[in-house]
Design a protein around this ligand. Structure first.
Ligand code: UD1
Length: 355
């Protein structure tokens, strides 16, 4: 079975993807700096995958490190080669992801997201590992005039975080053109939410959350009194913003399908949307969360949030056609699984340390 390097594997999407890849039989090497994630996420992934201490070392090797540190990264490629099981491909999740923070600290975002990726690509080239899946984002489309959004839509990010993702995609395109041996797939995620149905792994944002689902579950648990709904005057049926929410389990399956395709086919450069193709408004999310989890979400409509757009919905047809992948989980599944994770881990992974 191929051996795959996962950067940023302890994060929200990385940890769920690792669980799916282990189940599919892949052998993995993970590097994570743990600056915005917890080692517990990986311990719990091992538990989900039923890996005992003995076979863990063969199937999942974990290194703490930053991809910008050349020596740390190089060691991974050298060790894998020495073990006689070189790295065949990389899934690159490592990066910073807060839009708000990226406006405050653009240099840090360019360094980690763009320079970090360049360091990784140089090392891949040196060790002749030329198959890559990159975590991109629908945020690079910016403020579009029509939905659903297909991959041919203009790239026009409106914040530093989006700029770094768009810049990396450009680098990847240039690299793929420089050498036909590169096989690169860039996955543009829409709004990833939900958690593993076991309740053992989920989203654990550092500091106070900005995204809708973590905030809704904070209100449901009473940790926050009220949800602020940003804008009640958008050009949508109920006047609140519409997004394409994708369950993280579906997203993990999307990575597995993309990896299988990357390894089997000779596609030099491929860009795919990963979304459901279905839009839900903020109020639909609130209503579904209340109904499916039997909680109450008091809310108030406040001013629009700067940088928001009315409607973002993916056209997921290309991924369906090329990968044979499509989302399966409903909005109800997303709410139930988010709520289970929140209830069983009120302080995320920090809950365990407090016991
Ligand atoms: C945000 C990021 C996007 C990133 C994505 C990851 C911005 C501008 N965009 O997208 O780059 O890829 O997260 O998931 O930050 N909402 C409320 N009240 C709240 C929080 C959110 O009404 O307290 C609304 C927002 O106005 C939006 C929807 O809920 O319409 C979803 O918001 P959010 O979860 O933050 O995601 P996006 O803004 O779509």
């Amino acid at each position: 079975m191929p051996r795959v390097l996962i950067t940023g594997g302890a994060g929200f999407i990385g940890s769920h993807t690792i669980a799916a890849l282990l189940e599919a039989g892949y052998d993995l090497v993970v590097i994570d700096s743990f600056v915005n994630s917890s080692e517990l996420a990986l311990q719990r992934v091992m538990e989900i995958a039923s890996l005992d201490a003995k076979n863990t070392s063969n199937r999942l090797e974990v290194t703490r490190g930053d991809i910008r540190e050349k020596s740390t990264l190089e060691k991974l490629f050298i060790n894998a080669k020495r073990q006689g099981r070189p790295l065949d491909a990389v899934i690159h999740f490592a990066g910073l992801k807060s839009v708000r923070e990226s406006v405050q600290y653009p240099l840090n975002y360019w360094d980690v997201n763009v320079n970090g990726t360049c360091c990784l690509l140089a090392m891949m080239q040196k060790y002749n590992c030329r198959s890559l899946i990159f975590s991109s984002s629908a945020t690079i489309y910016g403020d579009v005039s029509a939905v659903p959004i297909s991959e041919s839509e203009l790239i026009s990010p409106i914040n530093p975080y989006g700029n770094t993702k768009a810049a990396v995609e450009q680098i990847l395109l240039d690299l793929s053109r420089s050498d036909a041996d590169w096989k690169i797939t860039s996955l543009r995620y829409f709004n990833p939410v939900g958690a593993h149905p076991s309740g053992r792994i989920g989203e654990c944002p550092l500091g106070s959350p900005n995204n809708l689902f973590p905030l809704v579950s904070d209100v449901a648990s009473g940790r926050k009194k009220i949800l602020r709904v940003y804008g009640g005057d958008w050009p949508t049926p109920d006047k609140t913003c519409i997004r394409d929410y994708i369950h993280v389990m579906d997203l993990a399956e999307g990575h597995l399908a993309a990896l299988n395709h990357l390894i089997a086919e000779r596609t030099n450069f491929l860009v795919l949307n990963l979304g459901s193709g279905i839009g839900h408004s903020v109020l639909e999310v609130v209503n579904e969360f209340e109904k499916s989890t039997k909680t109450e979400i008091p809310y108030e409509i406040v001013d629009r949030r700067i940088g928001d757009t009315a409607i973002t919905v993916a056209d997921p047809q290309k991924a369906k056609k090329i990968l044979g992948w499509e989302t399966k989980k409903s909005l109800g599944n997303m709410c139930i699984d988010t709520w289970r994770w929140q209830k069983e881990n009120p302080n995320g992974y920090a809950s365990e340390h407090r016991q």
